[in-house]
Design a binder for this molecule. Structure first.
Ligand code: UD1
Ligand code: CA
Length: 459
C-alpha cells in the first residue's frame, strides 16, 4: 500500500433489533464476539491506527477488541467515546480529534459486519488509490434488495448518492445496488464534509452515507467497487442473521481444515471455532464441537458427541464418544472415554489412558498410567505406570478446603479405594479393594481396610 492507512470501526450502538441487554458487537460468532472478527480483519491491513467508536458497554467492547489482537497490534487500537448515538456520521465526528493530524486514507466499516475478508478491503483501497477518489465505497447488487442504503446513479451510470432504506421513495426501493457499509475516505477531505451533515432524514440522525453526495456536489470523485458476495459483507442486525453468518463462517473453517488434510466426516454436524488448529490425518467424526483456542495434533480421532474447549491435544490421541474436555491437555498417544470428563488443567502424560465415567480435575496422570472406570481424580498428581482401579475417589474436599493427593510411580490402587486428602501413596504400593486411605502409604507396601493399614511389605 502506497499511502498510510487508518481504520475506523463504528461500534457504539446497542443494536435494538437484537432484543438483548448485551451490545450487539459482543454477541458471538464462531466463539468470538463480532467486534473481534472486525478488528482482526482490519489488523491484516497493517494500519497505523485502528480507531473504534464505542458507546454502549464501552468497557466490555474495548476489552473484547483488545483481547482479539496480539499485543503489538493491540497497541494500535484507539478508542473513542460516543456517549449519545446520533447516527453513523456523528460516530465518525467523535473521532475527529484522533484524525485531525492524520493523512492518507481511512477505511470506515461497521462493527456488526464480521465476515469481511482483508482481500476485499485491499481491493477497496486499490480502487481508491488508482482512481484517486475522495471517497470509494463497496456496492453489492441483490435481486431482492435488503433494507440497505440504495446506490443512486445518473444516466451516465455515475454515482450520485446513497439513500437510506427508510428514506427511499417506492421507486428507489426497487434499486438493486445497495450499500454494504465499507468505505475508504481521504481523511482530510472527509473531516470538513462531516460539518455539513444534517439530520433532515427519516431517522433524524447524522448519516455517514450522506458524505459521498456532499463530496460529489463539490466536484470530487467518488469511486465504487462492485462486490459479489453479499454474506461476506453483511451487517448483522438480529440473532437469526448472526446464526446464518455462523453457518457461512463454519463452512469456510471446515473447508480450510479439509484442504489442510483433516478428515471431517460430516461437515453439516461439525462445529469448529475460528481459533482451532488441527493437524494432518486427524479425523473428526459427526456431531463434534471444538471451541476456543484449541490445538489438536496429527493422526488423532475425535469421536462423536465429544465437546472440546480450549484443549491441547498432541499427536496420535483418541477421544472416544461423548467426552467433555475443557482447559486440559493430552500429551500424545492418549485415549480417553467414552464418557470422560477432563477439566481445569487436567493433564495426561504420554500414553496415559482414561476410560469411561472418569473425571479428572486439576490432576495429572503420568506416563502409561490408567484410570479405566467410574473414578474421580481431583487435585491429584499421579506418577507413571500407575493403575487406578474402578470407582476410586480422591476425597479432596473437606467441606472447606481442597487438598492434594499424590500417587507415586508404579502404584496399584484397588477398586473402590477412597483417598482422603491430603495423602500420599508411596512408589510401588498397592491398596486392597474398598480401602479408605486416611494416612500416607509407605513405598512398596500393601494396605487394606477401613481405615487402611499396612498388611505387608511387598519387597
Ligand atoms: C447502515 C448504513 C446503510 C447500510 C447498512 C449496511 C448508515 C446511515 N446506514 O445502516 O446504508 O446499508 O449499514 O449494514 O450508515 N453506530 C454507532 N453510532 C451511531 C449509530 C451507529 O457507532 O450513532 C454503529 C452501530 O453500532 C453499528 C454500525 O454503526 O455497528 C451501523 O449502524 P446500524 O444502526 O446497524 O446501521 P444500519 O441501519 O444497518
Ligand atoms: Ca447494521
Amino acid at each position: 500500500m502506497s499511502n498510510t492507512t487508518n481504520v475506523l470501526i463504528l461500534a457504539a450502538g446497542l443494536g435494538t433489533r437484537m432484543k438483548s441487554d448485551q451490545a450487539k458487537v459482543l454477541h458471538k460468532l464462531g466463539g468470538q464476539p463480532l467486534i473481534a472478527h472486525v478488528v482482526r480483519s482490519a489488523s491484516v491491513l497493517n494500519p497505523e491506527k485502528i480507531i473504534v467508536v464505542i458507546g454502549h458497554q464501552a468497557e466490555k467492547v474495548e476489552a473484547a477488541a483488545r483481547a482479539s489482537l496480539p499485543p503489538e497490534m493491540a497497541e494500535r487500537l484507539v478508542f473513542v467515546m460516543q456517549t449519545e448515538q446520533r447516527g453513523t456520521g456523528h460516530a465518525v465526528m467523535c473521532a475527529r480529534e484522533v484524525l485531525k493530524n492524520a493523512r492518507g486514507s481511512l477505511i470506515v466499516s461497521y462493527g456488526d459486519a464480521p465476515l469481511v475478508k482483508a482481500d476485499t478491503l485491499r481491493k477497496l483501497i486499490a480502487e481508491h488509490e488508482s482512481g484517486q477518489h475522495a471517497a470509494t465505497l463497496i456496492t453489492i447488487k441483490m435481486e431482492i434488495p435488503p433494507a440497505y442504503g440504495r446506490i443512486i446513479r445518473d444516466s451516465e451510470n455515475q454515482f450520485v448518492k446513497i439513500v437510506e432504506d427508510k428514506d427511499c421513495t417506492p421507486e428507489q426501493k426497487q434499486i438493486k445496488e445497495v450499500n454494504p457499509g465499507f468505505y475508504c475516505f481521504d481523511i482530510q477531505t472527509l473531516l470538513p464534509a462531516l460539518d455539513r451533515l444534517t439530520t433532515h432524514n427519516a431517522q433524524g440522525e447524522y448519516y455517514l452515507t450522506d458524505v459521498p453526495e456532499i463530496l460529489r456536489a463539490d466536484g470530487k470523485s467518488v469511486g465504487t467497487v462492485l462486490h459479489d458476495d453479499y454474506m461476506e459483507l453483511q451487517g448483522f442486525n438480529n440473532r437469526a442473521e448472526i446464526a446464518l453468518g455462523w453457518k457461512k463462517l463454519r463452512g469456510e473453517i471446515l473447508q480450510k481444515l479439509m484442504a489442510d488434510g483433516v478428515t471431517i466426516v460430516d461437515p453439516d454436524s461439525t462445529y469448529i471455532d475460528v481459533d482451532v488448529e488441527i493437524g494432518r490425518d486427524t479425523t473428526i467424526h459427526p456431531q463434534v464441537i471444538i471451541e476456543g483456542r484449541s490445538h489438536i495434533g496429527s493422526n488423532c480421532e475425535i469421536h462423536s458427541w465429544s465437546h472440546l474447549t480450549n484443549v491441547e491435544i498432541g499427536d496420535n490421541c483418541t477421544v472416544n464418544n461423548s467426552c467433555v474436555l475443557e482447559d486440559s491437555k493430552l500429551t500424545a498417544n492418549n485415549t480417553v472415554g467414552p464418557f470422560a470428563r477432563l477439566r481445569m488443567h487436567a493433564v495426561l502424560d504420554d500414553s496415559a489412558v482414561v476410560g469411561n465415567f472418569v473425571e479428572l480435575k486439576k490432576s495429572k496422570l503420568g506416563r502409561k498410567s490408567k484410570s479405566m472406570h467410574l473414578t474421580y481424580l481431583g487435585d491429584a498428581t499421579i506418577g507413571d505406570r500407575v493403575n487406578i482401579g474402578a470407582a476410586t475417589v480422591t476425597c479432596n474436599y473437606d467441606g472447606k478446603n481442597k487438598h492434594q493427593t499424590i500417587i507415586e510411580d508404579d502404584v496399584k490402587i484397588g477398586s473402590d479405594t477412597m483417598l482422603v486428602a491430603p495423602v500420599k501413596v508411596g512408589r510401588g504400593a498397592v491398596s486392597g479393594a474398598g480401602s479408605v486411605i486416611i494416612e500416607d502409604v509407605p513405598e512398596d507396601s500393601l494396605v487394606a481396610g477401613v481405615p487402611a493399614k499396612v498388611k505387608k511389605k511387598l519387597k
